[in-house]
Design a protein around this ligand. Sequence first.
Ligand SMILES: Cc1cc2nc3c(=O)[nH]c(=O)nc-3n(C[C@H](O)[C@H](O)[C@H](O)COP(=O)(O)OP(=O)(O)OC[C@H]3O[C@@H](n4cnc5c(N)ncnc54)[C@H](O)[C@@H]3O)c2cc1C
Length: 479
Amino acid sequence: MKKYDAIIIGSGPNGLAAAITLQQQGLSTLVVEGAETIGGGLRTKELTLSGFKHDVCSAIHPMAMASPFFQSIPLRDYGLEFVQPTIAAAHPLDNGDAGILYQDIHQTAKALGADGKKYLHLLKSMVDSYTDLSEDTLGPLRLPKHPFTLASFGLKALPPASWIAKLFSEEKTKALWAGMAGHGMQPLSNWTTSAIGFMLMAVGHRYGWPIPVGGSQAIADALVRYYQSLGGEVQTGLWVKDVKDLPEHKLLFLDMTPKQILALKGLDLKETYLHQLKKYRQGMGVFKMDWALSEPVPFTNKDTRQAGTVHLGGTFAEIAHYEKTAHQGHVLDKPFVLFAQQSIFDNTRAPEGKHTGWAYCHVPNGTEADYTAAIESQIERFAPGFKDTILAKHTFSAIQMEAYNPNYVGGDINGGIMDIAQLYTRPTLSLTPYRTTNASVYICSSSTPPGGGVHGMCGFQAAKVALNDHYGLNINLNI
Ligand SMILES: Cc1cc2nc3c(=O)[nH]c(=O)nc-3n(C[C@H](O)[C@H](O)[C@H](O)COP(=O)(O)OP(=O)(O)OC[C@H]3O[C@@H](n4cnc5c(N)ncnc54)[C@H](O)[C@@H]3O)c2cc1C
């Protein structure tokens, strides 16, 4: 049997990024995936009716556009095309108004009226210095290359989102902010919840919030095509339970979370390390829904009809209350809903004249509770008549999300909570958290810095460390 320089277990964006980075340096590598198709969080399937293509997990890709790793490889040449929705994101309110994230920062500021100046003051420098910022934030903790830029970002990003909200006077600005910071899947009173809000807004102004033509599967397909063009190999349909079931190899990369790593036999990790992995904490889970629709969602606010992503949940206070209470383990009936309407901008997603809807809300980790009625009522609240457009629907409870992909432990889509104590010290307290106590085993999943989202940076960073450890190579991204 062939001996590989490296085997990567898991074909999510991080597993593929690690594999590509190693293969680019001339190593012989194999990606092993348990599911029948590659992609991890990047899959698109006909979950409802024939001809309706639904993103099973990720749908909106600002972090893919902003990823230095993705920017460094020619994914366009391998079939990947993004489309930019007319409006990146909208946050409708009960009075028919909406907070709008346009790609143009000045247009956004103007639409925010009295808060426009403050908005520009907070965001403009982040947008302008994003490239420098990404060098110091999308990897492990280390001495910053751009200390002043990072310090200026840190002063704004470290405080809880609830503090930043107080800087704004208009409800629609506060609500827009709540929706952005809400992506962090934590109570908005937690430290660093502003970081994810600012990052998503800054990236939105710089790169937009695009969707891949054909669905998120198109990102995985392009990554694999590029990987195979370099000579990389892929095997699907093999759930690895014991390392000895794998072909011979020198290095092993795990696109897995601590829970799965603890269950994997043959890794030969030290007890002290295993003890740390056992203490790793998960965040909230998600309840995920997809719909086949007879027509576009009839949002009352006209701009919202042109937004790729829609945040539904009302005011800052409502969203903050929901996130805090769900985090504490309670099931509520007015969730903060993250909704996407890809078919408005990509006509490959549904039969002519028909549409798709995609949504999830944050729920207590591991709950089996059914949020179908709660999610649909939140959409109906801002789009009366929505329920009449439903042709078919599909749901995943938090527990079913984990059954679909074991990396989503209890439905947690970020590979572990990304709070201040675990943002960079994931999965263990280390300056090089990709290493394990076995010198030939590395972790490359979203349970390492910089965490959840489709950007491949965890995989790239893990491969970079291993190439240095074993081959003395010091690689950098070619962008
Ligand atoms: C509902 C939902 C919505 C999301 N929306 C977005 C979004 O809009 N934008 C965004 O950027 N991110 C989004 N995400 C998050 C994003 O999908 C993840 O952060 C990302 O996929 C993590 O990548 P990864 O490579 O670390 O792991 P994954 O993509 O989860 O891949 C891990 C892979 O490893 C495989 N695997 C695990 N264990 C084994 C084993 N023992 N043997 C073999 N194979 C194994 C799994 O089958 C899986 O294919 C969303 C996620 C979900 C679930």
